[in-house]
Design a protein around this ligand. Sequence first.
Ligand SMILES: Nc1ncnc2c1ncn2[C@@H]1O[C@H](COP(=O)(O)OP(=O)(O)O)[C@@H](O)[C@H]1O
Ligand SMILES: CC(=O)OP(=O)(O)O
Ligand SMILES: [Mg+2]
Length: 402
Amino acid sequence: MAKILAINAGSSSLKFKLFEMDSEIVIAKGNFERISLPEGKISLSFGDQKFESSEEIKTHAVAVERLLQLMKKFKIVKDFNEIAGVGHRVVAGGEYFQHSVIVNQRVIRQINRLAEYAPIHNPANLMGIKAFKKLLPHAVSVAVFDTSFHQTIPKTNYLFSVPYEWYQKYRVRRYGAHGTSHRYVANEAAKLLKQQLRKLKLISCHLGAGASICAIKNGKSFDTSMGFTPLTGLTMATRSGDTDIAMVSFMMQKLKMHSMPEVIYDLNKKSGLLGISGISSDMRDILAAAKDNERAQLAIDIFVKDVVKYIGAYAAEMDGVDGIVFTAGIGEHSSEIRKLVCQRLKFLGIQLDETANQISGKNLVISTAASKVKVMVIPTDEELMIARDVVDLMKQNKSPEF
Ligand SMILES: Nc1ncnc2c1ncn2[C@@H]1O[C@H](COP(=O)(O)OP(=O)(O)O)[C@@H](O)[C@H]1O
Ligand SMILES: CC(=O)OP(=O)(O)O
Ligand SMILES: [Mg+2]
């Protein structure tokens, strides 16, 4: 038995869970939301106690600092040395990290090198790793990569149609992201449907601030919407999703920018829901404004269209689909977006159960019994997957705690 901390830094959030392992009991959990937006939100729960606060959270570094402060203040652990292992989500592992690993100096250097593969994520992930290594030097530190699950994608689906040498020499290819989440919900979906995962064709829609869709065939990632970096695929909170990259040099000239990365920064940080609506990157703000704001409505319409487009494409690629899963911030909580998507999937024989669709944050089938494809809401649990990987690695390394 040991206490394991799982840290999940997303683009707009920092989530954590403290587990008692192997029992998987959650001792404490929390979410730092709306990082770098007005009205940041902190919510923690531990035992029967709760703490909530609205405060500005400028960066992920501020969130980590505040988390440590609150853990001390509320004595979430009596002594930090009780924590035997800390697992961190790392978005990009390239082809280098096919599985989770124990972090050492070499791993830190490699994650740093891979920052170009996830420029707005890997640096925040690394900052978390370093902060906790400093605080808990004796705990085993583990990196769990978003890209690992997608290593099963066949070449036809991961290669871009660019000179083949780009892949051979420089490993330019589709890596995808959110793999830990897609892997988790696929397993839960099979349980919910009481079927064997290896016999199912699933489409997992991870719709958060970052959003990606994954075609999962026989339990394995078969295709996914994110590309070389997490910039492509769907319209996201601040990311453009699919675009024509020829616009990059064109816009560099028009905006009198000095380098391509400046334009790519705008595609990562000023585009998507924020870029279209002009009001916010947060779907909650956009839904609230849409009634009398044409551009907010347009942002919703484009987001929904993208989700529908990828579901259609992946159903075609897999030659059918048995189940569609909605997960992550928008997918778990917005019945409105789920309804808008499902209304446009009637051609697949999908029928939404409007009452079931009111669910938020709980595993549930939200399609009717007659629906040809089962639609599900499954709250993701990247933190649990991270904690399990930490324990597995600790056992392999014969850590005394296990
Ligand atoms: N009730 C809700 N309705 C619509 N969108 C929501 C709701 N709750 C959360 N969201 C959206 O979910 C996003 C955060 O998703 P999450 O998966 O937690 O983020 P991250 O990508 O940072 O991990 C927010 O940007 C917000 O737009
Ligand atoms: C990869 C990615 O987009 O992650 P997040 O959704 O947490 O921003
Ligand atoms: Mg996330």
